[in-house]
Design a protein around this ligand. Structure first.
Ligand SMILES: NC(=O)c1ccc[n+]([C@@H]2O[C@H](COP(=O)([O-])OP(=O)(O)OC[C@H]3O[C@@H](n4cnc5c(N)ncnc54)[C@H](O)[C@@H]3O)[C@@H](O)[C@H]2O)c1
Ligand SMILES: O=P(O)(O)OC[C@@H](O)[C@@H](O)[C@H](O)[C@H](O)CO
Length: 385
């Protein structure tokens, strides 16, 4: 039986990647920092994936899974040395944390003369696998760098399936029925593995940009505007005609940029399908989850600022993306550390600092900055009244 090691037994880990690997006949070992979750998976060796759209529900069992807690470095290194594939869904910020132990596992493979393996980071981050590799190379000497490049492939991927916050019940994961896992074939080392659900592509860039700059951008705009108006979920927020208009407009603005960059067809259809997925009543996807980590989401190469800047550079006005950015600057959910940090930065260092150092905007982006500030002041006014 082929073996997979997956870092992050959270929503995407269990509800999407671990699920597909298991259904493709891999023995899946999850690695997670959550000891209770690890103990549950080891005790039961199974859980269910509940696919739901509206009232329609399908329950699919996932069996034969194992888990290791992140502290057990020796065990993880051993698992990596025995694996046929290594995947992650820990969140972009955690890739740096797991790079060290994956590297140790790869070095062990080389020492024992084992076959190369592929490491696929399944995160909402452009070129996430490449980033993970770079973290490893950064902390390596010349010889280790050569070994890592020889013993492992790091194909980049785009992952798409909405998995909302779950009830604290490890036995099941609620997901939407839809999924898309796109992997860049040239980055894969060795013979392509048969994994159900993967779409192999020669060039990932159009797919990942479409995913992050249309879907995740629209999602974020909805979350931040919904949060400001006091809505709880994405679906509830989209019942507000103003929010629906802005979200649709933001996705269309990003689509305008993407259609110029790649000869894309069917982007309007993609937007429509995405909105239908957002409106899935079964998910009850909280605006706080979708808006989580606003400093990450507001950074220069991310879902909001990057398409807005691209549209502005094309001479058009990204009015809806600018409104989403303005709303993100007002996201002050107290349980989100980045939201608190953003609030503090705005208070202590001021807006100009945040625009420069968080959003990466400079004087050259004067028109976009003006648009963001107009919206920011309007939203602030609405909030106070
Ligand atoms: N939820 C979605 O709808 C969705 C869809 C597509 C992509 N993604 C992306 O997938 C990634 C994970 O998102 P999620 O929603 O599953 O988050 P999540 O919080 O549910 O899962 C992350 C898991 O990683 C674990 N973790 C943290 N530090 C770790 C470490 N050092 N080693 C091993 N595990 C560790 C956490 O305990 C948690 O179980 C993110 O990059 C996200 O952007 C999420
Ligand atoms: O995971 P994040 O924080 O990058 O983004 C929040 C959501 O937009 C995201 O998780 C979507 O649900 C997902 O990307 C759908 O495939």
């Amino acid at each position: 039986m082929k073996k997979a090691v997956h870092f992050g037994a959270g929503n995407i880990g269990r509800g999407f990647i671990g699920f597909l690997l298991s259904r493709s006949g891999f023995e899946v070992t999850f690695v997670d920092v959550d000891r209770e979750l690890v103990d549950y998976l080891n005790k039961h060796g199974r859980y269910s994936v509940v696919e739901k759209y509206g009232e329609k529900e399908t329950v699919i069992p996932v069996e034969g899974v194992k888990a290791v807690v992140f502290e057990e470095e020796g065990e993880i290194i051993k698992k990596i040395s025995e694996a046929d594939i290594i995947t992650t869904s820990v969140g972009p910020k955690v890739l740096e944390v797991i790079a060290g132990v994956i590297k140790k596992g790869l070095l062990k493979r080389e020492k024992e003369n084992l076959e190369p393996v592929n490491v696929i980071a399944c995160e909402n981050l452009i070129r996430a696998s490449t980033h993970l590799k770079e973290y490893m190379l950064r902390d390596s000497d010349k010889q280790e760098r050569e070994i890592i490049s020889k013993i492992a492939g790091f194909p980049d991927a785009a992952v798409d399936r909405i998995v909302p916050p779950q009830e604290r019940d490890y036995s099941k994961v609620l997901v939407e029925p839809y999924f898309e896992w796109t992997v860049e074939k040239p980055g894969f080392k060795g013979k392509i593995l048969e994994i159900k659900g993967i779409t192999w592509v020669e060039d990932l860039e159009p797919y990942i940009e479409r995913k992050i700059f249309i879907l995740n951008a629209g999602h974020a705009v909805c979350a931040y505007l919904g949060y400001l108006k006091g809505y709880r979920t994405i679906e509830e927020s989209l019942q507000d005609p103003d929010i629906l208009n802005t979200v649709t407009g933001a996705m269309r603005e990003a689509a305008f940029y993407l259609s110029k960059k790649f000869a894309f067809e069917g982007l309007e259809e993609y937007i429509k399908k995405t909105l239908d997925r957002f409106k899935n009543k079964a998910l009850k996807d909280r605006v706080e989850r979708v808006g989580r980590e606003p400093l990450r989401k507001l950074s220069i190469n991310e879902r909001l600022v990057r398409p807005a800047k691209e549209v502005a550079d094309l001479g058009a006005k990204p009015v809806n993306l600018a409104k989403g950015i303005a709303a993100a600057l007002l996201f002050d959910y107290p349980e989100d550390k980045e939201a608190l940090r953003l609030k503090e930065m705005l208070k202590n260092q001021g807006m100009e600092y945040v625009l420069n150092y968080v959003l990466g905007l400079s004087r050259e982006d004067a028109d976009l900055i003006r648009l963001i500030m107009e919206n920011y002041n309007n939203l602030l006014g609405e909030r106070k009244s």
